[in-house]
Design a protein around this ligand. Sequence first.
Ligand code: TYD
Ligand code: MG
Length: 456
Amino acid sequence: MAKTKTTYFCQNCGAQSGKWIGKCPSCNEWNTYVEEVVSKGDEPTPGIASTSTQRASKPQLINDISLSEQHRIAVYDKELSRVLGGGLVPGSLILFGGEPGIGKSTLMLQVALNMKNLKVLYVSGEESEQQIRMRAERIGMNNPNCYILTETSTQNIFKQIELLEPNLLIVDSIQTLHSAHIESSPGSVSQIRECTSELMRYAKESGTAVFLIGHITKDGSLAGPKVLEHMVDTVLQFEGDRNHVYRLLRTTKNRFGSTNELGIYEMQGSGLREVTNPSEILITAREELVSGVAIAATMEGLRPMLIETQALVSSAAYGTPQRSSTGFDLRRLAMLLAVLEKRCGFRLGVKDVFLNIAGGIKVEDPGIDLALVCAVLSSNEDMPISPKVCFAGEVGLSGEIRPVNRIAQRISEAEKLGFEHIFISKYNKKGLDIKDFNIKITMVAKIEEVFSLLFG
Ligand code: TYD
Ligand code: MG
């Protein structure tokens, strides 16, 4: 058996070196050298019969390629299923990232225990069998077809896979794996890359779906090289504030579906619960009216959601007014305040403005602008807005209310949740049949109009 050979390559310019060097002599970049396998000898690809690796691909007519393989495996977890684009594609490699303690292992174990019709192998390099069993007890689920393996060497993992032949493989986490082909320690760029490519080859050639749990660095990107995200089919991110009970599941890449979908979970004492009606948790039920609160009819992907926005405007206690925002882009808030100041004459420049989106959710939909602006105005005037009113509109630089996408869906959702009045952009009028709805719809073109309608 030929020995595995590795060489170091510069990630910036591709220069090659027999040993690791700190500064690349050809492009002068620092710390760009990464170890890579150049020849693996004549070892068969792990996990599958050796003959199939030798099989050379032949061109095929696109019409002759059978579609049957592309059927999806049903996922009982509705949130996960939607985020994946409607089930699990066999042979797909899914990277599942998130901060430590957010609940990645919990969700993946739930998935493993839920897939009762599949043979599932859960490989953990982070916890012992006992710990995983305890977690399963806590979640309160059981699956007679779920196997647990605590192992970190990919070669050993593939040996077990060959014996077990699972239909679904979950690896917790990619950073703990190491391949014998590479000398560097687990978690290093070259190890992560090599282990992922071995798993990818296994997934593609055996048709097994593989979930890889990945850690996230402080700045929120997946630890490891960017190339990792290029290699996998789907990148899922699990996010949320650890102090909040809600967790959001997003896709940042999906070869088999939309990347706009959002899944919501609630962390409970007994695992993660799917939140099927997010609007209910995102709106506070209040006894009395308070100022500075406005409800936005937003969209997360294809899912309409009503979210409470809260603002507090007060005279600046110190020289420089403060602007702070949770769940909304601070620069966009600054822009909205500038629009209110310059175009509509509200003197907010000397005020502190604090903004909060309820539930620890981060919203990127520009359709939330109008609600935010109304929350700010409501707090500034100290006049509450009726809790039966909601808003959907983007605010432009001249103070105009711009149209938003999927307006009919937003309106129906608001109506369904018992709202009586919705403010939308006048420019959304086209193609919208107001007679379809029972809710009162007010179309506005400028912020001033909304202001006089709300606060007189
Ligand atoms: P975990 O899945 O270990 O996070 P990760 O793998 O992303 O690091 O989740 C850890 C947190 O979840 C921990 O703080 C305890 C909490 N938790 C619950 O609140 N309820 C539960 O049923 C479980 C299993 C965990
Ligand atoms: Mg974990």
